[in-house]
Ligand binder design. Structure first.
Ligand code: DGJ
Length: 715
């Protein structure tokens, strides 16, 4: 085993002659090998060790009991259901003759150089049936992450029904107790951090809503018994790249095993794999760090910037945008949008986005979805005059769409009532007065592509906010081919990804935002096609600080869009403009307030904040995030960003409520060069990186909902 820090996939053989593979990242290693039965057994996942022998040997049995077969008490990397095995199966199939058991045996392995990352492919074949399974392991060594997915093939003449097709199962070190951290919530309260000690048995985190969901997010963090903090401790973490029904199953058993399996949800799902076809699972990316949740997040953030996010904009800075949704709602027209645009341009905003209401007959949420032609009552001469006007003010133009939906009151529904998911004998349950179009249908995909191509080809549109405002219900497809009725869940996501891929290819100048009533579709799957996520419809800045802490466990600051709004009626809180700006400046910045009502002083202050944001934007969007203080632990929250070139750092500090005698707080910074000298902008103070990290800086804030921004530069 090499001693240097180069990452590599290393194939070797154990003293007993068993094949072993070690995926060595820069700091971590993941090892597995073949046991004597030809099963792939997990061996190790943790800090990188020195010698091949350090990783142990693939062993089939953890315990020997008369009533368990060895294969059932082992650490199989990708257990298929069949045999005497009771772990959560990654694969469950039914063959045409009714046999519902898969027996996978090792066939071959190949290490591929890969365009961006080396990849190990281990192939298995069923003992009896024409079923092949390729397990893919991509090593992102610099990010210390492993990306896993499986390809399942039918090489026979008869269909095979796939009943469970998970992406991966991850084994944690044996004989430990673990704490599981997850992200859950609801509409308006996404990304709440929740923690539980993994119980004996199973803990399931899932979405069965058809979308990623605001109620749970396909990310996990696991540490030893709650021993990890932001800065210390072993953390295993991962995220599933999928935007439909998913599940993560955390299982602990009495043999000392703790595992996390994840992928497409098997609920109401089967996939008919026809002769000669293959099925590819979504990717499940996971990693290990010995340096706490902060480092786990930074590894995922860097991976998103370097690998996942659309390549065309990964290295460019996202514009400051304006969106008028909370001001005009559906009542958009040339005059009110132009008036808002003038104000926005005056603030230094770079992109003006018109939200819902511009198409069909859409005066409220009861009608119009599906009719993607400009409403001539509101825009008598089409969209071009507004777009030209916005452009003449020096801003780009963006627009809102919700292509997966239809209102019953629409021409589209009158023409194609069969295009929605439905069961013939059941009601078509509306939610927000809308129904979901069946994106698995080729005609629906063609319709969406047509109107989107037309919209984007005939207008100078640079940004699309793609919304999706309801969960699925009655997921029927009466015209589905026999045996394919339950494929709708997956086919919808495939259709969505296909449309995004085609739109991005055809309109490379357009950026996209993923919105699903806020953060209902935030995941690594959709992030391949969008520049940012609208994190939440709840724009209260205090609530947002908590949501952002959870969001940033998994997702990059750059991809978080939040607007500075007027004080929010729902929470009836009135934070200062500074507090609202500072909060929104923790990611990609937007403004959503009624600028026509802002005073000259407010406009001046906002202009200064936006100018400041533009100065720190490279650090926030492309730097490294350190969470210094959490509202979950007290009255303070603080987020520090270190620029990609290490030369500058920005700290945004927030105080929820002043306590008598507790207006000052030391914050120890992180991620700085210890020997470098840093000057705090606007002050004379010069401190070494070492001092800033060991002693810190003292922040003084008085009053409720206070905030400050520190910008430090190396001298
Ligand atoms: C839900 C989104 O989250 C909002 O920002 C807004 O776009 C509305 N939909 C429009 O209907």
């Amino acid at each position: 085993m090499s001693d240097n820090i180069h990452s590599a996939i290393v194939a070797s053989t154990s003293p007993a002659g068993q094949a072993i593979w070690v995926l060595e990242g820069e700091r971590t290693a993941y090892a597995f090998g073949l046991d004597r039965f030809g099963c792939l057994q997990h061996m190790y996942w943790g800090p990188r060790l020195r010698a091949a022998s350090d990783y142990g040997e693939p062993s089939p049995a953890l315990e020997r009991f008369a009533h368990e077969r060895v294969a059932g008490v082992s650490q199989e990397e990708y257990p298929a259901w069949g045999d005497i095995k009771y772990l959560e199966p990654c694969l469950k199939v039914a063959f045409a003759d009714g046999v519902r058991s898969a027996m996978l045996r090792y066939a071959k392995a190949a290490i591929l150089a890969g365009d961006e990352a080396p990849e190990l492919v281990i192939s298995f074949a069923d003992d009896h049936y024409p079923l092949l399974v390729d397990l893919h392991y991509r090593l992102w060594g610099e990010h210390d992450l492993i990306e896993r997915f499986a390809v399942i093939r039918n090489t026979g003449n008869e269909p095979i029904n796939l009943e469970q097709t998970l992406s991966a199962l991850w084994h944690l070190p044996l004989d430990e107790t673990y704490r599981l951290r997850t992200l859950g919530g609801r509409w308006g309260g996404e990304f709440q951090i929740s923690e539980v000690l993994a119980p004996l048995g199973k803990q399931i985190i899932e979405s069965r809503r058809g979308i990623t969901s605001a109620h749970a997010n396909p990310w996990f963090g696991i540490d030893r018994n709650g021993s990890a903090s932001e800065t210390h401790g072993d953390v295993w973490f991962g995220a599933l790249a999928y935007s439909g029904n998913w599940k993560l199953v955390v299982e602990r058993n009495a043999y000392g095993q703790t595992m996390i399996a994840g992928g497409i949800h098997d609920f109401d799902h089967t996939w008919k794999l026809d002769a000669g076809e293959s099925f590819t699972t979504p990717s499940f990316v996971a990693g290990f760090t010995a340096e706490g949740y902060g480092d786990a997040s930074r590894l995922l953030h860097r991976f998103q910037l370097d690998v996942v996010m659309p390549r065309s904009t990964a290295n460019t800075l996202l514009p400051v945008l304006y969106n008028s949704w909370y001001v005009t709602e559906f009542d958009v027209n040339f005059e009110n949008q132009a008036a808002a645009a003038r104000k926005a341009a005056d603030l230094g905003i770079e992109l003006f986005v018109m939200d819902d209401g511009w198409f069909g007959v859409r005066d409220d949420d009861t009608s119009g979805l599906g009719d993607w032609t400009v409403d001539k009552r509101k825009f008598p001469n089409g969209l071009t005059p507004l777009i030209d006007y916005v452009n003449s003010l020096g801003m780009e133009f963006g627009i809102w769409v919700e292509p997966e939906m239809v209102n019953i009151q629409s021409d589209l529904y009158a023409r194609h009532p069969d295009w929605i998911y439905h069961f013939p004998t059941r009601p078509r349950s509306e939610s927000r007065h809308q129904l979901v179009l069946n994106f698995g249908r080729a005609d629906v995909q063609a319709f969406v592509l047509d109107f989107m191509h037309e919209l984007l080809s005939n207008h100078n549109i640079r940004f699309v906010k793609w919304d999706m405002n309801r969960s699925f219900s009655e997921p029927g497809y009466p015209d589905a081919e026999d045996g394919r009725e339950r494929e709708v869940w997956v086919r919808h996501v495939q259709g969505l990804y296909r449309i995004f891929a085609e739109l991005r290819e055809a309109h490379p100048q357009v950026m996209f935002e993923s919105c699903s009533s806020g953060g209902g579709r935030v995941d690594l799957g959709i992030l391949r096609y969008v520049e940012d996520f609208w994190m939440s419809d709840n724009v209260d800045p205090l609530d947002n600080l908590l949501m952002y802490e959870g969001y940033s466990m998994a997702y990059a600051p750059k991809a978080k869009m939040m607007w500075v709004n007027d004080p929010f009626h729902w929470t009836n809180r009135a934070p200062s403009l500074t507090f609202r700006f500072h909060q929104a400046m923790t990611g990609a910045l937007g403004v959503g307030a009624n600028l026509l009502r802002w005073s000259a002083e407010e406009m001046t202050e906002a202009r200064e904040h936006i100018a400041m944001y533009k100065r720190i934007r490279p650090i926030v969007q492309h730097g490294r995030l350190y969470r210094l203080a959490s509202l979950r632990e007290g009255d303070w929250a603080a987020f520090q960003y270190v620029g990609a070139d290490d030369k500058e750092t920005v700290v945004l500090v927030f105080l929820q409520a002043s306590r008598f005698g507790a207006s000052r707080r030391w914050l120890r910074l992180q991620g700085l060069a210890p020997d470098a000298q840093y000057r705090i902008e606007g002050a004379e103070t010069v401190l070494s990186g070492a001092a800033l990290m060991a002693r810190g800086v003292q922040i003084e804030l008085r009053g409720d909902l206070q905030s400050t921004l520190l910008h430090l530069k190396q001298i």
